[in-house]
Design a protein around this ligand. Sequence first.
Ligand code: FES
Length: 149
Amino acid sequence: MGGQLSEILTPYRGQRGALIPVLQKVQGELGYLPEEAMSEIAYFLGLPRSEIYGVASFYAQFRFERQGEHTVRVCQGTACYVQGGKRILEAVEDELHLAPGKTITDDYKFSVEKVACFGSCALAPVMVMDKTVYGKMTPAKARQILSQY
Ligand code: FES
């Protein structure tokens, strides 16, 4: 076996202790950790896949799904929820034509995530576009912000 990652992985062959830097490199290359990549890592390091998943899912930095070019995070924490956070999320999903259960647009332009609290509750409801925080959101404002990207 020698897939597209063999260039990255070959120097680490058999080095079980290098799992985290290897995961970082692979994610740096692919943007996320797809299943095939996990199998290749398992093969090169000589570790069971279950162990690799266990370690990778422990760290928030690792992602198992491809991300959109832009990430829209909509807060569903208590303060935001009572101020209409759910309606903001619905407006975002509708504006991006996201099918139920999907978190990424078909063109991979946007990923949508629900977040428990951004720690900016005074601005509720909150939406974060990449790194920009937008507070006091309304569904109309959410649609308008999305249309700028
Ligand atoms: S609950 Fe939304 S920022 Fe805290």
